[in-house]
Design a protein. Structure first.
Length: 320
């Protein structure tokens, strides 16, 4: 499998207040990418400047960050052509890597605007290199800027920041430093294209972790009534798990605890594979539908105890 390390620059609707355009809040103006082989060695690069088709001047706050002139962009190619070239260049059997979470969403939003989404079916499994860096070098929670990480790792700073190809190259350099242990079980899933029905439901297994992106429901309450969503089992063997009771808790079966209006937590135990932590997040779509992202994963005792504590705090809050 190849890795496509992608970075985009986009313009913001410069007339957002008076003429909002929810279909395209950000128009992509540059695509940069670095292709790495399965050993994370550089194979090729891709770069396109994009001639804007929707917004005809660069919004001031964008201009302060990205140093692109509108004149320069007029030499670019229209987005549909750039997107097709890019997807062709990616070829087959690849995984995207980006810095933080937004790039793939904006790529798909722009492709949808031009009716090109068939070229890139989702949901998309990818590596958020900012997150991987945090797990590999820090506490897993901290999120740092690309520039800060390049400086922390003492990697060569030979180009400017905030241009697509140089940021993609910097992201690739950081990705090359990530310990291999973090390439399994730390994938992210972009759900811009969420499954509509049962047959499109998306299952993903990696590094002792199982993920389900469910079909859509008309209202939030119905999501948790679905047996596949609320089902709890071991992500390794698929077997039934036992509850991990807190004091005074005599449940026979593991169950979900609601931790906020849209998220649930469960902690249980597989007799063979150890502690299992589950999380469900209910997502709301632009079309006013609801779906669930469920993750079941094996956790160490320390993390299980932290989750159990969280569960207790939640119960107290609810006055139980
Ligand atoms: Zn098991």
């Amino acid at each position: 499998m190849k890795y496509i390390v992608l970075d985009l620059e986009w313009n913001q609707n410069p007339n957002e207040k008076r003429r909002p355009n929810p279909m395209l809040p950000f128009e992509i103006i540059e695509i940069g990418a670095v292709m790495l082989d399965e050993n994370r060695r550089e194979m090729d690069t891709f770069h396109r400047l994009i001639k804007p088709g929707v917004y005809h001047w660069i919004q001031d706050s964008v201009h302060q960050v990205i140093h692109i002139d509108y004149k320069e962009l007029r030499k670019g190619v229209p987005f549909p052509q750039a997107a097709e070239d890019f997807i062709n260049w990616c070829g087959e059997d690849f995984r995207f890597c980006t810095w933080a979470k937004q790039d793939l969403t904006e790529l798909q939003r722009n492709m949808k605007y031009y009716y090109l989404l068939d070229l890139l079916p989702g949901p998309l499994i990818y590596y958020d290199v900012q997150k991987l860096y945090s797990f590999s070098f820090e506490d897993g929670k901290e999120r740092r800027s690309l520039k800060a990480v390049i400086e922390q790792l003492n990697l060569p700073k030979d180009q400017g920041f905030h241009r697509a190809l140089s940021d993609a190259a910097y992201t690739a350099r950081i990705f090359q430093q990530i310990d291999e242990a973090y390439l399994k079980g730390y994938e992210s899933v972009d759900v811009f294209q969420n499954p509509r029905d049962k047959k499109e439901e998306f299952h993903f297994f990696s590094g002792g972790q199982e993920r389900l992106i469910s079909r859509e429901f008309g209202n939030r309450e119905r999501v948790m009534c679905d047996k596949d969503i609320s089902g709890i089992h071991c992500p390794v063997c698929g077997g039934e798990t036992l509850p991990v009771p807190a004091e005074g808790d005599d449940r026979k079966k593991p169950s979900w605890f609601m931790t906020s209006a849209r998220s649930y937590l469960q902690i249980s135990r597989c007799p063979e594979h150890g502690f299992v932590a589950g999380r469900i997040r209910i997502r709301h779509t632009q079309a006013d539908k609801y779906f669930a992202v469920k993750t079941l994963r094996i956790v160490e005792e320390q993390e299980m105890l932290e989750l159990l504590e969280k569960q207790e705090m939640w119960k107290e809050k609810k006055g139980k």
